[in-house]
Design a protein around this ligand. Structure first.
Ligand SMILES: [Zn+2]
Length: 122
């Protein structure tokens, strides 16, 4: 299965520090693969240093949480499908309809996380 790759460059010279709101200068680069519906986004982003709180931070990637290898909408769709399908079926549907390869164990983790979040918020 050939999955289209989309290269995105979101490098900026400065970015707002998520901890204190000050401006952090570019320090270095990073590259992340985010598996999304029908494509793999390869994102080049900048890492920044905040002199105010002396912390490093990375630029946010739209639609994908920190350290996640899949987009938020892929995760949401898997959690939704799992309500009426087995893990195996969800994995098959994601591959067939969205060209996203998601291991069953990963889907299982997302469902557990979503459930824990729901309990915390209720
Ligand atoms: Zn800061």
């Amino acid at each position: 299965m050939k999955i289209p790759e989309l290269h995105l460059d979101i490098v900026e010279d400065t970015a707002i520090c998520p901890s204190c709101g000050a401006t952090g200068k570019k320090h270095s680069f990073g590259r992340r693969k985010v598996r999304d519906f029908n494509m793999i986004k390869i994102v080049k982003y900048s890492k920044h240093y905040c002199t105010n709180c002396e912390k490093y931070f990375s630029q946010r990637i739209d639609g994908a949480d920190k350290n996640k290898r899949y987009s938020n909408r892929v995760i949401r769709e898997c959690v939704r499908l799992r309500k009426s399908h087995t893990l195996e079926e969800v994995s098959i549907i994601m591959r067939r309809d969205y060209k996203v390869e998601v291991p069953q164990a990963t889907i299982h983790d997302w469902v557990v996380n979503a459930e824990e979040k729901r309990i915390r918020q209720s």
